[in-house]
Design a binder for this molecule. Sequence first.
Ligand code: 5AD
Ligand code: SF4
Length: 472
Amino acid sequence: MAYERKEISIDEIRRQEGICAEIRDAVSAASEGRQLLAMVDTYGCQQNEADSEKIRGYLAEMGYGFTQDEFEADVIVVNTCAVREHAEMRVLGNVGQLNHSKKQRPGQMIAVCGCMVQQEHMAQKIKRSYPVVDLVFGPHELWRFPELLQKTMTGKKRVFATERCDGLVAEGMPSKRDGTVKAWLSIMYGCNNFCTYCVVPYVRGRERSRRPEDIVAEARQLVEAGYKDITLLGQNVNSYGKDLGGGTDFADLIRMINDIPGDFLIRFMTSHPKDATEKLFRTMAECKKCARQLHLPVQSGSDRVLRAMNRGYTSGEYLKKVELARSYMPELVITTDIIVGFPGETDDEFEDTVKLCDAVRYDAMFTFIYSKRVGTPAASMPDAATREDKQRRFDRLLDAANRVSAEKHAEYEGKTVRVLVDGETGKPEYNLSSRTNGGRLVHLKGDPKLIGQFIDVKITSSNTWALYGEVE
Ligand code: 5AD
Ligand code: SF4
C-alpha cells in the first residue's frame, strides 16, 4: 500500500505548547483571576479516551481546570465516535443541547473533534445545522489543537479542519491521564484492513506504528509514576511494526515492556484474528506481566458472512487459533465482538454464529446490531432482514452470551484470586472495584488505601457482569 509515513517533529509540538502559553496569558488576563474551566466529553473506544487525555494535556498547559458541568465550562471539547449510528445520534443530540450553556456564557468555545467529524457529510451537517459549534477538527489534527483553538478564539469565523489524510505520528504531546492505576498507551494508529462494514480506516487513516523505543520509554515512565495496569492500544495490534520494517513485531514489543522492572500488568487491544500468531501466544505465556486476557473479535460464525465482511479467516481457522491460545494459557480469558444482522445474513448464518459462541464459551461478548456506515462497501449490499429480525437475533445471542458469562463467573466462587484494586464504586456494600489478571470485574468491601495494590480476594458470589469478593 502506498503510504508515506509522516512524523510531526518535536519542534512542532513545542511550538504548539508555546501557543498554549500564549492562550494561558491571554485568557488569564481577561478572566480577572477566576479559574477557567474546560470540559472534555468522550464517546467511543479507548483510543478516543487516550486522545482525550492529550486534549486535556494541552488544555492544562493553557491553564484550564476541569469540570463535567457544561454550564461551568469556558471551553467544551466533544470527542466523537463514528463506528455506529447510535453514537453519532447521541453526539448530535448532546451538541444540540449546548445551545443552553452557550446562551448563559456567550464566550463559551465549543469544539467537536474525532472520528465522526472526519466524515465529510458530518462536518457539513455541523457547519449547516449546528451554529453553536465554533471549531471542528478530525483525528489527524489533534496534535495542533492549540493552534486551531487560538485561531478560533482570535478570528471571527468558525474553524473547520477535517482535510482528508492518511495519518501521521506525533510524539511528545502532553497528556493529562484520567486515572492513577490504569493507563492507556497507544502503540499504533489507523487500520489497513477495510472490513466492509467499518468506517475506521476511512477516518483514522492507514496503519502506522510508534517506534518501539518511544513506546518503551512511555511505559517506563508510567511504571515509575506508579501505574499498575497498562493497556496497549491499536486497531489491530497484531500488525504492529509492519510499517517500520525494523524487525520488532508485537510479540517482541510485549517482551520489551515485560522487561521493565516493577510490578504491573500489560493488557492490549484489539487483536485481529487473522494476524494473531503462535509467537504472540507463546510470548504472552512466557511474559509474567502479560495479562491472561485476549480480546479477539470474531464478528460472525458464518464463513460466507466473514468473507463478505473481508475478515480474512474462516470460523474453523478462528476456532483453531482459540485452541492454540488456550494450549499455551489454559486460564486465558477470551472476549469478542459480534455484529448481528450484517447485510444478507440469514437465520441459518446467524445460527452459525451462535454455534461458534457455544464452541468458544467466551468470558464476555460485546454484541452490536449492524449499523450502515456511509462510504463503506457493506452500505450498498442488499439487506432483506428487517429490524425486528435483527433484534430477535440480537436478543437470542445476548441471552446465550449472558448465560455463559454467568456460568463462567460462577466457577470463580469459593476460589481465591489475585486482583488489582483500581477504584471506588460509590456503593456502600461493595465500595471498591478491582480486576482479575484476566480482566474480570470484582467488587469488594475494603479500605480505599488498597487502591493501586495487588491483593488476594476470596470470591463469594457472582452474576453475569461481575464477581463479588472478600479481602483475604
Ligand atoms: N455496525 C455495527 N458494529 C460495528 N462495529 C464496527 N463497525 C460496525 C458497524 N458498522 C463493531 C465491531 C468492532 C467493534 C469495535 O464495533 O464489532 O469490533
Ligand atoms: Fe474496523 Fe476491521 Fe480495522 Fe477493526 S480491523 S478497525 S473492524 S476495519
